[in-house]
Design a protein around this ligand. Structure first.
Ligand code: SAH
Length: 361
């Protein structure tokens, strides 16, 4: 077992099982042994890759989307912020692509929210020359008009899992079975937070909640509702949590999430409805498949333009990256985007209003 596995086993033996959220938080961000706290998972020999690492086009078109939203709202002085910026690639591409938008760079301070010291260093290197301020929490962002983006950030926030049992729920907890960490179930209890899920779940069905996402959304909502701006959230998931989506990835393959805590990336699908509901005062767009959004923002034309300068293997790689980001069989449909703006502001380009059935307020 990993060193963190030993620590958690001793703790559980002494004080009993822990929630999946506690387990995930330790595995990802324990200061000595946490997965993100100790490594760059996106680097050479890393465990997974992400859209901004696949192609510069992802950040370019999303950067212009943010800049258009800023223009639509009167081009105020404000903050351009990203949560969970990884290696800083997305923000570097956004910053480069918006160079030509008159006044954008002069009006914007760049703020990054990053918990991992290792990744903060990678971001500082990648964004050399860009004036950047770092924070540990979204709540530390300044009170100012805010254009916010996050790609694959919310999937890394710790989740809790509950299994339907009659009119109550049994929580999935992490305990010990024959000396090894293993998932178990707590006794059934009613749960006010999940009262609204009694109508659309059946006995034994699993739903997930992400308590850590709520304060993040509240901090965004409070700033954007009061001062203007927009939040763009891209991740895998759906409109409402359904089933067990907890997973571990190591070396680009699925792994056992309990085998070696701290050594694998742990994630869960994002419940975008829960994010929208946690942002009172903001208007949410319809949930938009990534492929549709990138195409609406002009990725095909940008891809053609870049292709003109390429030949051979570089051209093949570029075409494959374009396909990977947009194709329904790859990331185009599994990944979704949600935009949130203050009431009365236009949605950013590429986003349509939520259909009535999705509307949350
Ligand atoms: N957005 C990047 C990286 C995604 S990986 C990309 O698309 O490539 C998840 C990122 O979120 C990492 O930077 C990780 O360190 C950060 N992160 C995870 N949990 C966090 C938390 N609770 N607070 C701040 N950052 C967090």
């Amino acid at each position: 077992m990993s060193p963190l596995g030993e620590i958690l086993s001793r703790r559980i033996a002494a004080t009993g099982p822990i929630t999946l959220a506690e387990y995930m938080a330790e595995c990802l961000l324990n200061p000595q042994h946490g997965y993100y706290a100790t490594r760059d998972p996106l680097g050479a020999g890393g465990d997974f890759t992400t859209a901004p690492e696949i192609s510069q086009m992802f950040g370019e078109v999303l950067g212009l989307c943010l800049a258009q939203s800023w223009l639509d709202q009167g081009a105020p002085a404000g903050v351009l912020a990203e949560a969970g910026p990884g290696r800083g690639t997305l923000m570097a591409d956004i910053w480069r692509a918006t160079r030509g938008v008159p006044g954008f760079h002069a009006s914007m301070q760049v703020h990054l929210v990053e918990a991992s010291p290792v990744l903060q260093r990678a971001q500082a290197e990648r964004l050399a020359g860009v004036p950047v301020t770092w924070h540990a929490h979204v709540d530390d962002l300044p009170q100012a008009p805010l254009w916010f983006i996050a790609n694959e950030f919310f999937d890394a926030l710790p989740i809790r899992q509950f299994q339907r049992a009659g009119a109550g729920w049994r929580e999935v907890v992490v305990g010990l079975a024959e000396g090894r960490l293993a998932a178990g179930l707590s006794p059934a209890a009613p749960l006010a937070d999940l009262a609204h899920r009694l109508a659309d779940t059946v006995e034994g069905e699993v739903v997930e909640t992400c308590p850590a996402a709520r304060p993040v959304m509240q901090a965004l909502a409070q700033r954007i509702a009061a001062q203007g701006g927009a939040a763009l959230i891209v991740d895998y998931g759906g409109w409402r949590s359904r089933g067990d989506t907890f997973q571990a990835v190591r070396g680009h393959a699925f792994a056992d999430p309990f085998a070696e805590p701290g050594c694998a990336d742990l994630t869960a699908h994002v419940d975008f409805q829960a994010l929208a509901l946690a942002a009172p005062g903001l208007v949410a767009s319809g949930l938009t498949p990534q492929g549709d959004l990138l195409r609406a923002l002009g990725i095909d034309a940008r891809a053609e333009r870049l292709a003109q300068r390429l030949t051979g293997a570089a051209l093949e790689q570029h075409l494959a990256a374009h396909r990977r980001l947009t194709s329904e069989a790859e990331m185009g449909r599994v990944f979704k985007a949600l935009a949130l703006v203050c009431a009365g502001a236009p949605l950013p380009p590429g986003f349509a209003p939520a259909p009535a059935v999705e509307a949350v307020r």
